[in-house]
Write a protein that binds this ligand. Structure first.
Ligand SMILES: Cc1cc2nc3c(=O)[nH]c(=O)nc-3n(C[C@H](O)[C@H](O)[C@H](O)COP(=O)(O)OP(=O)(O)OC[C@H]3O[C@@H](n4cnc5c(N)ncnc54)[C@H](O)[C@@H]3O)c2cc1C
Length: 387
C-alpha cells in the first residue's frame, strides 16, 4: 500500500484483517491528533463508511474522541426558489452522517495498523516500479524507495493522493479539469445555533457550506473563483466576518472566525484505469471530485469496501484473490460509480455557479420541486448516502 491517508490506511487495515501480508509505505508520518487543535479539513462522513470503519474496529475510537452528528441538511440558492431539506427523522434515522476531522481519522486508523499486523514504513517515498510481464507465473511488482530499499509484492496499491507517483510509474493516465475555484476552509462561531444541520447556499461564485461542529462551532467550505479566494484569505477578521455573514445571508446571524483560514485548489480528475498490470489505483489517486457534495473521501472508502468484499469472497472459496478477472470486475464497478459521481457534481457546480438567467431559473425550480416531493428527497438522500 503506497499512501497512508484515510483511504490507504483503511485499505491496509481491511486487507490485513483478511490475513494478507500488508506493508504500508507513507511519505510523511502523520502528526498525532490533538483535541486542542482541531483539523481544518473535516469530512461529512456517510453511514456506510462509518459501518466500514466499525467492522475495522476503528469507528468506536473515532466516535469516542470527537464527531458531530448532523441530522438535517438544507440546500438553497442565493437567487431564490425552493429549499431542499433532508431530515433524519423523516428518513427513519438518528442522524444523516457525522462531521469528522481528517486528522482524527488518520490518527485512529494508524493506531490500529501495528496490532493488525501491518508493516508500516514511514517516512518513505516510492520512486521506482518494475512489473513482471503479464502471464508470468506468480506475477508481481518490485517497488524501489527513496532510501534505496526495494520490496517485492503480489500487488501494489496506489493510495498516494491526487498527484500519485505510483499511478504515474504504472503508466495510468488521468483526465484533469481545473475548476479555477478554491475551497476556503475555517472554523467559525455563529450567533444562532447550527441546529445539527449541514447548510449549503449556492452563490454565483460557487457553493458555501456550513457544517455543524462540536462546541457550537461550524466548519465552512466556501468555494470561490481563485481571485476572490485570495482576497478572502487576505481579509482581516472584521472584513471576513462581514463578507461571510453576507454570503450566508445571515442565516445563522453574525459569523465570527474561530481559526485561521486556508484554501484548497479544486479540480476534477479521473484515471483511465483502476488496474494497471499489478497496480491498483484507489482514492484521490483514482478520482478527485468537486467538494460540493462532500463525497471525496467517501468515494475512496467505497473503493476500499468493494476491494475488501472481492478479496474476502475469493478467500472464502480458496480462490486466487488477486486474479486479473476479479480485479477487473472490482475496477469496472468502481470506475463507473466514481465517474457518475464526478460528472454529477460537475453538472451541479456548472448549473449552480452561474449568473445566466436560464440556469438561475432552472436551479430554483429544481430545488423547489425536489423539496416539495418527499419521495424524491428520500430517494436523493438514499442514493447519496448509500442507504
Ligand atoms: C476543500 C476540501 C474539502 C473537502 N471536503 C470533503 C468532505 O466533506 N467529505 C469528503 O468525503 N471529502 C472531502 N474532501 C476530499 C478529501 O480530502 C479527499 O478525497 C481525501 O483526502 C482523499 O484521501 P486519500 O487517502 O485518497 O488521499 P490523501 O489524503 O491525499 O493521502 C495520500 C497520502 O499519500 C502520501 N504520499 C504521497 N506521495 C507519496 C509517495 N510518493 N510515496 C508514499 N506516500 C506518498 C501522502 O503523504 C498522503 O498521506 C475535500 C477536499 C477539499 C480540497
Amino acid at each position: 500500500m503506497v499512501g497512508g491517508g484515510v483511504v490507504g490506511a483503511a485499505c491496509a487495515l481491511a486487507l490485513a484483517r483478511l490475513e494478507l501480508d500488508v506493508v504500508l509505505v507513507e511519505a510523511a508520518e502523520p502528526s498525532a491528533w490533538s483535541a486542542a487543535s482541531p483539523d481544518l479539513r473535516v469530512y461529512a462522513f456517510a453511514p456506510d463508511n462509518a459501518a466500514l470503519l466499525d467492522t475495522l474496529g476503528v469507528w468506536p475510537q473515532v466516535r469516542a474522541a470527537r464527531v458531530q452528528p448532523y441530522r438535517h441538511m438544507r440546500v438553497w440558492d442565493a437567487a431564490g426558489g425552493g429549499e431542499l431539506h433532508f431530515d433524519a427523522d423523516a428518513l427513519g434515522r438518528r442522524e444523516l452522517g457525522w462531521i469528522v476531522e481528517h486528522g482524527l481519522l488518520v490518527d485512529r486508523l494508524w493506531a490500529a495498523l501495528p496490532q493488525a499486523g501491518v508493516d508500516v514504513r514511514a517516512p518513505l517515498r516510492v520512486e521506482g516500479l518494475e512489473q513482471d510481464g503479464e502471464g508470468a507465473e506468480n506475477a508481481g511488482v518490485t517497488l524501489r524507495f527513496d532510501d534505496g530499499s526495494r520490496l517485492e509484492a503480489r500487488l501494489a496499491i496506489a493510495a498516494d493522493g491526487a498527484d500519485s507517483m505510483l499511478r504515474k510509474l504504472a503508466g495510468a493516465e488521468v483526465a484533469a479539469h481545473d475548476y479555477a475555484q478554491r475551497g476556503v476552509v475555517a472554523f467559525v462561531e455563529t450567533d444562532l445555533p447550527h441546529e445539527d444541520t449541514a447548510w449549503q447556499r449556492f452563490l454565483p461564485g460557487g457553493p458555501l457550506a456550513f457544517l455543524p461542529f462540536v462546541g457550537g462551532q461550524s466548519s465552512i467550505v466556501w468555494t470561490l473563483p481563485q481571485g476572490q479566494a485570495a482576497e478572502v484569505l487576505a481579509f482581516d477578521d472584521a472584513a471576513f466576518s462581514q463578507a461571510l455573514t453576507r454570503a450566508f445571508d445571515a442565516r445563522l446571524g453574525q459569523v465570527r472566525p474561530a481559526s485561521r483560514r486556508v484554501a484548497f485548489p479544486l479540480r476534477r480528475q479521473l484515471v483511465d484505469r483502476y488496474v494497471a498490470g499489478r497496480v491498483l489505483v484507489i482514492g484521490d489517486a483514482a478520482h478527485v471530485v468537486h467538494p460540493l457534495a462532500g463525497q471525496g473521501v467517501n468515494l475512496g472508502l467505497r473503493d476500499v469496501a468493494g476491494l475488501r468484499d472481492a478479496v474476502a469472497a475469493a478467500l472464502a472459496r480458496n480462490a486466487d484473490w488477486s486474479s486479473p478477472s476479479r480485479l477487473a470486475r472490482w475496477a469496472r464497478t468502481r470506475k463507473s460509480e466514481n465517474a457518475v459521481a464526478a460528472w454529477t457534481f460537475d453538472g451541479i457546480n456548472r448549473v449552480f455557479s452561474s449568473d445566466g438567467m436560464h440556469r438561475t431559473l432552472l436551479r430554483g425550480q429544481l430545488l423547489g420541486l425536489a423539496g416539495k416531493l418527499p419521495p424524491v428527497t428520500a430517494a436523493l438522500w438514499r442514493r447519496a448516502a448509500r442507504l
